[in-house]
Design a binder for this molecule. Sequence first.
Ligand code: PEP
Ligand code: MG
Length: 547
Amino acid sequence: MELHGVGVGRGVAVGPVLTMPDPLPEPAEQQHGGDAAAERAKVDEAIAAAAADLTERAGRAEGAGREVIEAAIQMAQDPMLADDIAARIEAGTTGERAVFEAFRSFQEQLTALGGYMAERATDLGDVSQRIIAQLRGVPVPGVPDSPHPFILLARDLAPADTALLDLTKVLGLITRDGGPTSHTAILARAKSIPAIVGVGADAVVAEGTRVVLDAAAGLVTIDPSDELVADAERRIAERAAMADAPITDGALADGTTVPLLANLGSPAEAAGAVELGAEGVGLFRTEFLFLDSATAPSVEAQQEQYTELLKHFPKKKVVVRALDAGADKPLSFLNDAHEENPALGLRGLRALRAKEDILRDQLQALKNAQDATDADLWVMAPMVADADETAYFVELGKSLGLRTVGVMAEVPSLAVVADQVLEIADFVSIGTNDLTQYTLAADRMLGTVASYQDPWHPAVLRLVKLLGDAGAASGKSVGICGEAASDPQLAVVLVGLGATTLSMTPAALADVRAELATVTLEQARARAAAALAAGNAAGARAAAASA
Ligand code: PEP
Ligand code: MG
């Protein structure tokens, strides 16, 4: 039997499947019917059992993982929380609901404090779910704990789940929900975990069944034959050997240079990217630094982070994006209104314009970092619609002393007027994740429309061509910084369409470097032409492969 989904990266994995239980639904607002003492005793027992389970896990974990679990044990046994739970039960609330409400109230207090305390709020949610699972006698939600390596099947993973995955245990990832550019997919790619997303809401695999996960084919084979397992193991060994290939600058077979840059979300990732051969940074997602902040970061706090980043890239290009708040990455200090369709709302540059003080502070911090280092800093705005918005951002950036100022091409309208935009901007960087989402009107977070979220679609490629042509006519740089650049075959097509640089998660650099070296510019252009003429995404893929 097989499961089909969208592959993330090119990896292969073989192993038994373990399923991550879905989060528990919120306990109903019910009364316990009188016996408060009995209800309290049940809760005390559940807390003790959850703490014992966590203590056992802490004993097996190491380093940061152990510290996180030890902090969770303390939270589970916090006397203030115990008092709050007891008071709620005395007032008639059921044990489950009392645990839920007491933890939620504590979580809200921590979130309001911001920073480190707010980060701990997420962990509190996990502890509360563990206690409620004990009370209900159901499996504890979250990544299963196993002494053996396994392939994880989940509805979807929260970014925190993905970030904490134990890579010595999780060989691969299959999600029922989520598209190829959901943050689960982005983090999986960053951690080089072979993954397939969007296999469908009703996908089930019996616990412990062996599967072969082939990300390049978007295919999970359940109970594979011995031949298939042997073939997968050979491919795993080949990929491991390729990771040791020498690192060179990005170039086509005819010597045409294609600088290969890194997509980063924090200065801490810079050293790893340099090690993998990143020739600079093509996208620094500044909003990732401040997802937990309740208030706008100061110029000084930002300057410190940007300077630290730039110091890793002396004389190299570093493209920093202004805060892209909204939709799946809300920042409480920039997006405070409820929107029915946040991806189509006050996002990116629109949100920054509405709070120009915050934008000015960020650009000032970047200017200070530019002056403090010898990196070649480029600054760009997200979610820009046209030449007017481009002029606004470029003029503001230049007036504050930034040297190189450009825009992202994510909204299709910007690609349509690319010639006008490039008269004003110093450069354009194409965000293929959003460009695909908006061109095909398919929410990138939604598993049900994951099949539309395919940057191979000729409509997306034609917009890239408009931008590439405008770049060639103006002599300005048109880079790619969406996930599309990390697909080696598509990377070649994008270069054929006029992309001058490719930026991706550092883990993808080796595959893309190797593929680019196999084609000339003429061949890349031929593949691009074939893909543009196709009728759909699958057709474009096939046409490029046989061109
Ligand atoms: C994009 O949209 O392609 C992009 C690079 O930005 P993000 O994924 O952060 O929205
Ligand atoms: Mg984007």
